[in-house]
Ligand binder design. Structure first.
Ligand SMILES: Cc1cc2nc3c(=O)[nH]c(=O)nc-3n(C[C@H](O)[C@H](O)[C@H](O)COP(=O)(O)O)c2cc1C
Ligand code: SF4
Length: 423
């Protein structure tokens, strides 16, 4: 046991990001934030600390945060920091919850990351329709300005359009550069040329908030939760057929069953689990038993954590119908600039809708389109949608047969949200 472990006997204890939150649902304003977490730490050695902690991005792709910091810090031009709080995924609310409840942890992470890479400008992107979060972040920024906490770096709030692909990093960069909030063809990637042409560190807000804790408590503290390969904790949005839908913090490696217990347990018999949000995969209840919140474990069931959104589909709902609705939504969210994405996702949605109607067996057509769209867009939108559809065809194979035989007994209609609905 290290000296740090001894100083933090309860190092693995949760919550971390949500520590000390007021019970009335209000934000942890600056004085309360300092009472819980202490004064703002130094950015000295942050890149090494984050690397040693093994922190991976919490925005969905899971890239090493230490490596990204080091790459941007080594750039020849002065970089910019862009905190990604856009969260356009309809079944994810964890970034909004973090911004709304613990804004100073995020803003500290932004300031520290900026100091570590040598940036003087930083932007915090928040959905312009997320009024509550925008108000909280604006006030938190005022608090920091009044105390002159961000010397050397200018933090700006950047309201961005709503939309599933807006949070893709090149879409955010394009919007901040005065263009449309649409993904751009790469290279260059934002870390090479981003906001204002400068190398840009794009980092999810939860990733940044973790940096603020690692700067204080060190990598060993961070690693006290999670597993050696997937250390730390993460925020999970758990919704659907659970008794207390919401955002929960859990150590990586927590059994899925325990995470669902945090959300009050599953209501009734589950039909299936969607793990990883709309870019994720459907998992059958039998396969979900025994799975843990780890990419290495979820991979056995063809799933991954993504940005930590888990939806429990009730047993009474028709999974095929829900999959068709979500696919139609994802097709509509295509930024409309890559042929395979525009036409392929619409064709996939059409194929699933035909199956729902029981009009014809369009499975083969769908499978053909899956091959056509993968890896064919400027961004990963078609790949994410393809993963979702492929897992739906496998997990809801029995439903497909029922529809083709004209005997679907499941409930149809809007269950999976395709707009902005708060849990
Ligand atoms: C279609 C699409 C949408 C995305 N939306 C978000 C988002 O809302 N928030 C986010 O942090 N990352 C989102 N990402 C991932 C970002 O492009 C980027 O990888 C991430 O912000 C990097 O931060 P991280 O390394 O801290 O996770 C999206 C990616 C894709 C392909
Ligand atoms: S792949 Fe789709 S969402 Fe991504 S840039 Fe191309 S059209 Fe837009």
């Amino acid at each position: 046991m290290s000296a740090l472990d001894a100083a933090w006997p309860d190092a693995a204890a949760l919550p971390r990001l949500f520590a000390g939150l007021p019970r009335d649902g209000s934000p942890l304003w600056l004085d309360a934030h300092r009472a819980v977490h202490g004064p703002q730490p130094s950015a000295a050695g942050l890149i090494e600390l984050v690397g040693a902690a093994g922190l991976r991005g919490r925005g969905g792709a899971g890239f090493s945060a230490g490596r990204k910091l080091a790459t941007v810090a080594a750039a020849r031009r002065r970089p910019v920091v862009l905190a990604n709080g856009a969260e356009g995924e309809p079944v994810s609310f964890k970034d909004k919850a973090l911004l709304r409840r613990a804004p100073h942890l995020v803003l500290e992470g932004v300031t520290l990351a900026a100091a570590a890479v040598g940036a003087r400008d930083a932007f915090v992107a928040v959905d312009r329709n997320a009024g509550e979060e925008l108000g909280v972040v604006a006030r938190a920024l005022d608090e920091r300005r009044a105390r002159r906490l961000d010397r050397g770096v200018t933090l700006r709030l950047a309201p961005v359009p709503s939309g599933f692909v807006t949070g893709e990093e090149t879409a955010l960069v394009s919007f901040l550069n005065g263009g449309a909030a649409k993904p751009a063809f790469t290279p260059p990637r934002p870390y090479e040329r981003g906001v204002g042409g400068a190398p840009t560190l794009v980092q999810n807000v939860e990733t940044l908030a973790n940096m603020a804790l690692i700067a204080r408590l060190g990598p060993e503290w961070f690693r006290a939760a999670g597993t050696p390969d997937e250390p730390g904790s993460a925020l999970f949005t758990i919704s659907g057929a659970v008794n207390r839908p919401g955002v929960y913090e859990a150590a990586l490696g927590t059994p899925l069953r325990m995470a669902l217990d945090q959300a009050g347990g599953v209501r009734g018999e589950p039909g299936a689990f969607l793990v990883g949000g709309y870019f994720g995969s459907w998992v059958e209840p039998e396969a979900a038993v025994g799975l843990s919140l780890l990419d290495s474990d979820l991979g056995r069931a063809g799933a991954s954590l993504g940005a930590g959104a888990i939806v429990v589909l009730p047993g009474a709902a028709c999974g095929l119908d829900q999959a068709a609705r979500v696919t139609r939504y994802l097709a509509g969210e295509s930024a409309g600039q890559c042929g395979p994405c525009v036409h392929g996702l619409a064709a996939l949605a059409g194929a699933l809708e035909t199956l729902v109607a029981g009009n014809a067996d369009t499975r083969e057509r769908a499978v053909r389109w899956l091959q056509q769209v993968r890896g064919r867009g400027a961004c990963r939108h078609p790949d994410g949608a393809a993963r979702f559809v492929e897992s739906a065809l496998a997990v809801f194979a029995a439903e497909v047969e029922n529809h083709l035989a004209g005997r679907c007994t499941g409930r149809q209609g809007e269950f999976m949200p395709t707009g902005r609905v708060r849990p």
